[in-house]
Design a binder for this molecule. Structure first.
Ligand SMILES: [Zn+2]
Length: 149
């Protein structure tokens, strides 16, 4: 494989999917896959909504500010890079089997992917709480999400 990447922890080729490969996804799917992997859809939507509202109200909104919802680099800068369990982001050119079509895949490394996902979900909540309350708060008792195992 051209441009093959190796795990920063155990040096296995990315194609082997060692235990440190938290995620391998096509670039355009990366953010969505991260949100799914950490089971943080609800937290993520709340955060996006809160951000939009607070930026619009403060007149600070611009399309650039929404890059994090789809662009893996912006998402990484805002939510992943400073996490304890973030191990690195890499790109690998991959081709679909049998198809003459390829694309860049984003590889997300972590020494412990499960902890990285927990941390990411915490981060969504932390950032949401850090924004001013502009929405009606959720009625108590609605969240049945089993947060910690
Ligand atoms: Zn590894």
């Amino acid at each position: 494989m051209v441009n093959q990447r190796y795990c920063p922890f155990c040096k296995a080729p990315a194609a082997q999917h060692c235990a440190h490969l938290a995620l391998a996804a096509e670039g355009r799917n990366f953010v969505r896959r991260c949100v799914e992997a950490c089971h943080g859809q609800k937290q993520w939507e709340a955060l996006c909504e809160r951000r939009r509202r607070s930026q619009r109200l403060s007149g600070d909104w611009s399309p650039d500010k929404e890059d994090f919802v789809w662009l893996e680099t912006a998402f990484c800068n805002e939510f992943l890079k400073h996490l304890t369990w973030f191990g690195g982001l890499d790109y690998e050119w991959r081709t679909n089997r049998g198809l003459d079509k390829g694309g860049f895949w984003v590889l997300l490394w972590s020494r412990n992917p499960q902890r990285l996902w927990w941390e990411l979900r915490d981060e969504f909540e932390r950032q949401t709480l850090g924004l001013p309350f502009l929405l009606q708060p959720e009625p108590p008792g609605q969240s049945t999400f089993n947060y910690r195992i």
